[in-house]
Design a protein around this ligand. Sequence first.
Ligand SMILES: Cc1cc2nc3c(=O)[nH]c(=O)nc-3n(C[C@H](O)[C@H](O)[C@H](O)COP(=O)(O)OP(=O)(O)OC[C@H]3O[C@@H](n4cnc5c(N)ncnc54)[C@H](O)[C@@H]3O)c2cc1C
Length: 376
Amino acid sequence: MQAETEILIIGGGLAGLTAALHLNKVGLNVTLIEKDTYPHHKVCGEYISNEVLPYFEWLGLDIENLAPALISNLLFTSLSGKSIQTKLPLGGFGLSRYTIDHYLYTELIRRNVNVIHDRVVEINFANNQFTVVTAKNTFVATYIIGAYGKRSSIDIKLNRSFINKRSPYLAVKAHYKADFPNNQVSLHNFEGGYCGVSKVENDRLNICYLANYERFKKHKNLLAFQENVLYKNRHLKAIFESASSLFDIPLTISQISFETKEPVYNHILMIGDTAGLIHPLCGNGMAMAIHSAKIVSELLHQRREGKIISRVALEESYTLHWNKEFKNRLKMGRILSALLRNHKLESLAMNALTKMPFLLRKIIKQTHGKPITISS
Ligand SMILES: Cc1cc2nc3c(=O)[nH]c(=O)nc-3n(C[C@H](O)[C@H](O)[C@H](O)COP(=O)(O)OP(=O)(O)OC[C@H]3O[C@@H](n4cnc5c(N)ncnc54)[C@H](O)[C@@H]3O)c2cc1C
């Protein structure tokens, strides 16, 4: 049986869940398909920039009630153990994906939005409409929002160019019990990668790192890799040695790609990581996912009201908005990551930042947006 819907969102991470809440609020017919059930843990540093707060308030979401850790300071340490601290221009909060994704999902259910647990396997576009094949069903939709994350079998089916390029990154995350300042996010550089540390709700400490896979492979297991590589940064050694894991085993993901992607592909409007992933050291991927959900939802609303006259105009407008808001942030993320991977440059940059700490705040501003406000 074919199910019909006006807008179909594929993927219920932060981008897809936010878009569904927005579209529902402005009265559009929306269905969301997510392959997994809620709640579940995800590999993520779980530090969210405060730029999302005005938009969340407009969506009727009460983040405060989830008791996040309120974060206002950044500590950065280099491979050699040098450190620099600054106040974050906007600040942010620490909240686990287990909690925030589940909260947004329960809000969708409370607001009677159609959420289906199924895996999308194929998307076809013909005669100005989409046919979406899932493991259990077939859907027909006028518009599709691609919110299925960094990497999916859908990208292979669509033959997107980034998927054929090998990515050298692996990421690891777990929650710990440890003494750590509630208001601090710290970023620690190590050979071939970097590690973020910050509190989330319930006094849990998130430790999440991105590492070069080739280097990782040379070690027997995660523990050996951490001891031989991460512990060379004395700050990381001290954190790990004083922390006890709350997970049986850490979560890991590989093949993380920071290649350029297309915000619109085969007429699918891509949001969140599906449109492009910023290096996690910028701590802004979630805010970007949420912001892109807002942009696409506003444009779809304008299309429904006839203010955007065609599908072509909608796609052009979304591409324009996406590039204007996010292209430079992604570029800055790539530059910073390359800088951290080069010892000499990292050491020069660290010396410069120690002498001119205001530069660090400038860099943070380059990789973050302004508070997300609503025009309508
Ligand atoms: C190591 C690491 C650390 C990070 N740390 C931070 C941080 O501290 N702060 C920050 O702001 N950002 C951080 N990020 C980035 C952040 O995690 C992402 O930008 C964010 O998760 C993007 O959300 P999303 O909704 O686009 O994707 P996701 O959260 O990945 O959601 C995609 C959803 O689509 C579903 N899906 C996939 N395929 C299908 C299918 N075929 N059918 C149906 N459903 C499907 C998945 O199950 C998933 O639920 C980090 C990223 C990494 C890799």
